[in-house]
Structures are given as structure tokens and as C-alpha cells.
Design a protein around this ligand. Structure first.
Ligand SMILES: N[C@@H](CCC(=O)N[C@@H](CS)C(=O)NCC(=O)O)C(=O)O
Length: 216
């Protein structure tokens, strides 16, 4: 049985969404945020204190984009993966990592310096600068989905989960009102997927059952 450690709306939503798209059985363990401070026992499992942590037999993984690639390969075959023999194999890997390294990185700074740090350490300047950075990078997504339903391979893949999570985080940060028209329509398409909806429901149910507060 796969176990996923998760905090509401954190990057661990990527593997949660993939688990639902793949219809895999899993156990979802909710943690308060940040677990490093509020769930210190978790450090014995993941000394980084970060989420996600995915355990699948002897495999333990803490990088959300890598977990997407792993789940699609190990628990496929699935159209979520783009095969090495397909023309868009490289494009898929590029978007997979773009979602985390290029889109989520600046948002993490917006989140930290506008919400997570104690008041005296907050910095509207840093938050504004990195929101601009995010929108600069998001131009690539706007161009990609202007003439296409999904990012690559002519179908929904792990690349869309990776980038889709960045759009979810943007919504929670209040940035989605500035999405361009193509990104806004793409984000609607992603949220309409059964797999996305089931992931949100699983997150809400597990939060309630395990009595871990949902983040605002
Ligand atoms: N690159 C990693 C980043 C993991 C990460 O930093 N997760 C955040 C939540 S989204 C976290 O655990 N933050 C809590 C902390 O740093 O203590 C990934 O993609 O999974």
C-alpha cells in the first residue's frame, strides 16, 4: 500500500492528484503545516521535515515532480506518462520540472514573505517582486495552452499535474485573477477533471477524519 504524507494545498497535492488519476489505493496521512514545527515526530520519517513524503514498499521519495514521474512509470502503463518513443517525451519532462523549479519556486517566496513569516519579517517588496517573476514565467504556459487543451502530447499528462499545482497555489495566493485568458481557461479545464475533484475530496475528508485543520 502506498502512503502519502500531505498538508492541505501543499506540493504533496501533486502526488495526491496523480494517485487519484491512476485510481491507485493509498493511505493519506495529513500533517499540520509546517510539520517541521507542528509534527516533530515526522522528522524521524523525513529529516527534511518537508512534504510530500511518499512511501511505496522500500521506495521513499520527497520530490513532488519526481514522484509524478515515478507513479506513472511504476504503476502504469498510463496515458499520464509520455513514452521515450513519443515526440513530446522531452517536452513532458521539461514541463514536469518547469512546474516545480520555475513556477512554484517564486510562489514559495511570495507565500513566505506575505503570509508565513511573523509580521516583522514579512516583506511586501519581496512578495511583489516574486509575483512578477512568476507571471513572467507563466507566459510560457499562456503560449502553450493558447492553441491546445493540454501542455503536451495532445492529452492530459503528469506535466499538467505539475503545472496545474502551481496554478492551484497561485489561486490560494490571490494571483489567479491576473491569469491570462488561455491559462484561466486551462485552469478551469484542469479543475473540471474527475481526478482533480476526487483529490480535493480526499484531502478534505482526510483533514476532517484526522482532525488536522484545513489551511485558509
Ligand atoms: N522541491 C520539493 C519541495 C518540498 C517542499 O519544500 N514542501 C513544502 C510545502 S509545499 C514544505 O514542506 N515546507 C515546509 C518546510 O519547509 O518546513 C517538492 O517539489 O516536493
Amino acid at each position: 500500500m502506498i502512503t502519502l504524507y500531505h498538508c492541505t494545498a501543499a506540493r504533496s497535492f501533486r502526488p495526491l492528484w496523480a494517485l487519484e488519476e491512476l485510481n491507485l489505493s493509498y493511505e493519506l496521512k495529513m500533517l499540520p503545516f509546517p510539520p517541521r514545527v507542528l509534527a516533530r515526530d515526522y522528522l524521524a520519517l523525513n529529516p527534511l521535515g518537508t512534504i510530500p513524503l511518499l512511501i511505496d514498499g522500500d521506495t521513499r521519495m520527497t520530490e513532488s515532480a519526481a514522484i509524478l514521474q515515478y507513479l506513472a512509470a511504476r504503476h502504469g502503463p498510463t496515458p499520464l506518462a509520455v513514452g521515450t518513443d513519443e515526440p513530446d517525451y522531452g517536452a513532458c519532462l521539461n514541463w514536469l520540472h518547469f512546474g516545480e523549479a520555475t513556477l512554484t519556486f517564486p510562489q514559495a517566496l511570495v507565500l513566505r514573505y506575505s503570509k508565513l513569516e511573523p509580521e516583522p519579517r514579512r516583506s511586501p517588496q519581496v512578495a511583489t517582486d516574486y509575483a512578477k517573476w512568476f507571471f513572467g514565467r507563466l507566459r510560457a504556459v499562456e503560449a502553450a495552452v493558447a492553441g491546445s487543451e493540454m501542455l503536451c502530447a495532445g492529452r492530459f499528462t503528469v506535466a499538467d499535474i505539475s503545472v496545474g499545482y502551481a496554478l492551484l497555489l497561485a489561486q490560494r495566493l490571490g494571483l489567479s485573477r491576473d491569469f491570462g485568458p488561455a491559462v484561466a481557461a486551462y485552469w478551469q479545464r484542469l479543475q473540471a477533471r474527475d481526478g482533480f475533484r476526487r483529490a480535493v475530496e480526499a484531502e478534505n475528508l482526510a483533514s476532517d477524519q484526522q482532525q488536522v485543520a484545513r489551511r485558509s
